[in-house]
Design a protein around this ligand. Structure first.
Ligand SMILES: *Cc1c(COP(=O)(O)O)cnc(C)c1O
Length: 359
């Protein structure tokens, strides 16, 4: 099977090899050193300030989203949240659950974020802003500079879910003045699922210090204290953290985040150009694309039927959509260990389906 979804994605051979090893005992100097190296490399690739910190939580990306809200926001906050798809909706649900006052900015699926969406909230006492930098469900890459400028003008604490855009599109946490960045092990880090990575700026560290987190397992005070010596309060996903280490070092050796982003962009453009070149019956639905994924609306067949056909008859996974987009949108990812040859195989499958009048 070739995997073109947006997570879990294909891992490199070196990452796979770690997965085949026994999981070592982890309360050791060797594991601590590895964890501190993971922190250093995440800080480097996320372009944080020197005094920022990174923690590795054993949970999926959604656990990182909830951890950020539980540790950094209170009922005294007044938050703004962008909701343009299922991950924005998840932030809305979490804010509701944790009783954080908020206003949601609802965007139509596929639409870009524009200055007029933010203008009504200027100078209205908002204290926090939450968004996906890339709303993976619709493949819309939001204008983070617009949000960063708004937050700087209005003094908002900025929480950015970069789960599907970290290492795919440029992200400079320090320049944006973001307080919290969240990513996950199974997206562009191309490791198995199980770890949420959180980069925390000094503004976040200050809030964490002063806010009581009503969940022991996800308490960032404990995670930060332990990570000072490269440890975690509880048994972490040790194997995945070792795989993350191998992967971060691979990226570093190849030239860092910039080179990885360029590689992803090349694959995305290669695929998008082929779709056009062969005039396949798919429309790109997003006004603002990330390099991570291409969201496509098939004009002649149900998206889910195409997903099933490609899976069952051609041995490849493209990424289906759920809910009301089930039949109208499928996505093709560009993250993980993929090559142009893999895309040739996918394009050939689409051409074959067209010859057979399936699409
Ligand atoms: C994948 C993803 C998540 C988290 O998903 P999990 O299944 O909990 O790992 C959150 N936000 C975005 C933008 C994502 O792409």
């Amino acid at each position: 099977m070739i995997n073109f979804t947006v997570g879990p994605v294909q891992s490199s051979d070196a990452v796979l090899a770690i997965g085949a090893e026994q999981v070592p005992y982890f309360r050791t100097a060797e594991f601590s050193e590895l964890m501190l190296e993971n922190e250093r490399l995440i800080k480097k690739f996320a372009h944080t300030t020197d005094d920022s910190r990174v923690v590795f939580m054993t949970c999926s990306g959604s656990g990182g989203m909830e951890t950020a809200i539980m540790n950094c926001l209170t009922k005294q906050d007044k938050a703004l949240v962008i909701n343009g798809g299922s991950f924005g909706e998840r932030f809305v649900q979490l804010l509701t659950l944790h009783e954080i006052p908020f206003t949601e900015i609802k965007l139509e699926h596929g639409k870009a974020l524009k200055p007029e969406h933010l203008a009504p909230y200027e100078g209205r006492g908002y204290t926090a802003f939450l968004l996906q930098k890339h709303e993976t469900s619709t493949g819309v890459h939001y204008d983070i500079n617009l949000v960063s400028d708004f937050c700087k003008r209005n003094g908002c604490f900025l929480i950015v879910d970069t789960i599907s855009t970290f290492l795919c599109d440029p992200f400079d946490m320090a320049a944006l003045g973001a307080s919290v960045m969240i990513t996950g092990s199974q997206k562009a880090l191309a490791c198995p699922p199980g770890i949420a990575v959180m980069a925390l700026a000094p503004s976040a560290l200050k809030r964490i210090e002063n806010i009581k987190c009503c969940c022991q397992y996800l308490d960032l005070k404990l995670a930060l204290k332990n990570q000072e010596r490269g440890q975690t309060p509880w048994t972490p996903a040790v194997g995945v953290l070792r795989q993350i280490n191998v992967r971060l070092k691979e990226i570093d050796a190849a030239g860092g985040d910039k080179v990885e982003i360029e590689r992803t962009a090349r694959l995305a453009n290669y695929f998008r150009n082929k779709i056009k070149e062969y005039n396949l019956p798919f429309e790109i639905i997003s006004e603002s694309l990330s390099n991570a994924v291409t969201p496509l609306h098939p004009t002649t067949q149900s998206a889910n039927e195409i997903f099933l056909k490609i899976k069952n008859e051609y041995g490849m996974w493209i990424c289906p959509n759920g809910g009301d987009m089930k039949d109208t949108v499928f996505r093709v990812g560009h993250i993980g260990c993929l090559t142009e040859k893999d895309y040739d195989q996918l394009i050939n499958a689409f051409l074959d389906l067209r010859d057979k009048k399936f699409i």
